[in-house]
Ligand binder design. Structure first.
Ligand code: KIV
Ligand code: NA
Length: 276
């Protein structure tokens, strides 16, 4: 499969083909996403929760993200690779954002960065895109701000809030975002934003009106406990894995594993000498 670039994403958007995005947090999960032919791989800071066991995404450090991003990059051949900027690594100033985005590109081996926020982030995004860092925007439910939002709640449910979100989307487009993630947004609002923009929207809990979709891999594979309403659980791999681990445990206890086919024989003559 040829390398997916910003031009490829643009082409998909132009011809109305939904863009597929999936998270990955290490070498195997990155390899699987790439093998499945997903258009864009996101090293989302959701990995703080689903891979590191933190209670929120705000706790992850830049160094931790870089460590995971490099691992995903090693397994990524054709998918377009974007990584989240962790909470606290881009809000202070455009200079701070550039310095840390450059680390994500150079050390993390990502091709683009994602950051959360609306029009208040537009000057920073403008500077990032000016110096050649592609930026994926993220509005609606922004998990890094969950404390100030009062939890993980649907955003833009009133006309006033929906209008503010439209303003944010337009500001992010104007600032140069190549696409915008819409998280937990009522379907009509996401559809409207998608219609008025000339860049793709990537929905998560935002309905089918978006230009593409993203899910967290652990969620859709049933590897991380309770999932939000918007997630479709495609497999229950946790059950599969626990089942396999239990079988292994029983086999070891009963002596059924390892069997002869799992053992290395010795050449017959050597074996006989060895036994003497
Ligand atoms: O961190 C993440 O995985 C994300 C996606 C859910 C959009 O930001
Ligand atoms: Na994220």
């Amino acid at each position: 499969r040829p390398k997916v670039t910003l031009a490829t994403l643009r082409k998909l958007y132009k011809r109305g083909e939904p863009i597929t995005v999936m998270t990955a947090h290490d070498f195997p999960t990155g390899t699987l996403v790439d093998k499945a032919g997903i258009d864009m791989t996101l090293v989302g800071d959701s990995l703080a929760m689903v891979a590191l066991g933190y209670t929120s995404t705000s706790e992850i450090t830049l160094d931790e993200m870089l460590h995971h991003c490099r691992a995903v990059a090693r397994g990524t051949r054709s998918s377009f690779l974007v990584a989240d900027m962790p909470f606290g690594t881009y809000e202070t100033s455009p200079e701070q954002a550039i310095a840390n985005a450059v680390r994500i590109i150079k050390e993390g081996k990502a091709e683009a960065v994602k950051l959360e926020g609306g029009k208040e982030m537009a000057p920073t995004i403008t500077r990032l895109t000016q110096v050649g860092v592609p930026v994926l925007g993220h509005i609606g439910l922004t998990p890094q701000r969950q404390a100030s939002l009062g939890g993980y709640k649907v955003q833009g449910k009133t006309v006033a809030k929906a209008k503010a979100m439209i303003e944010d989307a337009l500001a992010l487009q104007q600032a140069g975002c190549y696409a915008i993630v819409l998280e937990a947004v009522p379907e009509p609002v996401a559809r409207h934003i998608t219609n008025i923009l000339s860049i793709p929207t990537i929905g998560i809990g935002a309905g089918a009106g978006c230009s593409g979709q993203v899910l967290v891999q652990q969620d859709m594979l049933g590897l991380y406990g309770r999932v939000p309403r918007f997630c479709k659980t495609y497999r229950n791999l946790a059950d599969e894995i626990v089942g396999a681990l239990k079988e292994y445990s029983q086999d070891v206890k009963s002596g059924a594993f390892p069997a002869e086919e799992h053992c290395y024989p010795m050449p017959e003559a050597e074996h006989l000498k060895f036994m003497r």
